[in-house]
Design a protein. Structure first.
Length: 171
């Protein structure tokens, strides 16, 4: 058996201290890297999400996002955006796509005045509403509108909303 001299004992203590400091440094470095990555990651909080109004300027970008699966609380829009109303007929079309996860209803407003001109019934996933007429009697002319979709849970309480610009003509 080898006898440990005081010199070897000091050497072993130094080596042990160096190893302990190295491990501590590596753990601290890994923790800092993890925190930096986590703090810089995009936030996924549903409370801070806001809907995006689809316009001619961002329609292509929104269309590209539609290729991704629909997350719970999100909504894939299927509709036409140029509506014509004449008497009891229209070309207005809104669908709650089969790959959505929530029942939806929508309200139509005149963009400039925020006047509510139509409130839809609930539209279950996979169903559509077409040829509907407005609830308000409007003068003939062209209007800028805003359609606000309301996604609801099983208790018909709102989960989120989304607004889309439309134009409509009253003949």
């Amino acid at each position: 058996m080898e006898k440990i001299t005081p010199k070897k004992q000091v050497f072993n203590k130094k080596r042990l201290i160096i190893i302990a400091l190295s491990v501590t440094f590596i753990v601290m470095l890994a923790t800092i890297i993890f925190l930096l990555i986590r703090l810089n990651a995009p936030k996924q909080s549903k409370k801070n999400q806001r809907p995006t109004v689809v316009t001619s300027g961002n329609a292509e970008q929104v269309k590209n996002l539609m290729d991704k699966p629909v997350e719970d609380g999100s909504y894939r829009v299927v509709m036409n955006i140029d509506w014509t109303f004449k008497g009891n007929a229209s070309n207005a079309y809104v669908e709650n796509a089969k790959d959505n996860t929530r029942t939806v209803y929508f309200d139509v407003f005149i963009a400039e005045t925020k006047e509510l001109v139509y409130s839809s019934p609930y539209i279950p996933v996979g169903e559509k509403l077409q040829g509907f007429t407005l609830d308000a009697d409007l003068e003939p002319g062209n209007y800028n509108g805003l359609v606000t979709y309301h996604l609801v849970d099983d208790n018909m309480e709102e989960v989120s909303d989304l607004s889309i610009k439309v134009t409509f003509e009253i003949k």
